[in-house]
Ligand binder design. Sequence first.
Ligand SMILES: C[S@@+](CC[C@H](N)C(=O)[O-])C[C@H]1O[C@@H](n2cnc3c(N)ncnc32)[C@H](O)[C@@H]1O
Length: 136
Amino acid sequence: MNDLAQQRTTIHSYEDRYLRFRTKAGFAFRSEIGGLIPNGWTTIEQAEWMASVAAISDDDLLLDIGAGRGWPGSLIAKETGARLVSVDVPLEALRQGAKDLCETLGPRVLQVCGDGRVLPIGDAHFSAVCQADVLC
Ligand SMILES: C[S@@+](CC[C@H](N)C(=O)[O-])C[C@H]1O[C@@H](n2cnc3c(N)ncnc32)[C@H](O)[C@@H]1O
């Protein structure tokens, strides 16, 4: 499958799996983390652990590949002070997370609609990378 066909598949998969994924559990999680509704399975404890071992601070740029609505990069950026680039293929995923991400991180977050395999940003900009539930 070529890149474009793969991206179309990713968009359709997002629409099928997550567009209506707004369950009571999702909203409960959102109120607990004070932010967005995830569409993966990373727990708050796991995200906090990632933040504690990432060794990044406000001088650093964190890349979250396959971020969906912005989880777990949002928590890692919030806890470490790092700036965040949150990348996913479907524009709708970014749109759904935009308000919560901006409320949590303000100008320290940039959402990019793109394919993590062919990023339009050079690797050298980033100090750390996370991806959660992307290869499943
Ligand atoms: C299970 S969801 C996890 C989303 C988010 N990390 C979370 O935990 O809430 C997997 C995400 O990976 C994205 N994805 C899959 N392949 C990708 C690729 N090549 N580049 C960027 N994102 C990708 C999908 O669109 C989907 O939003």
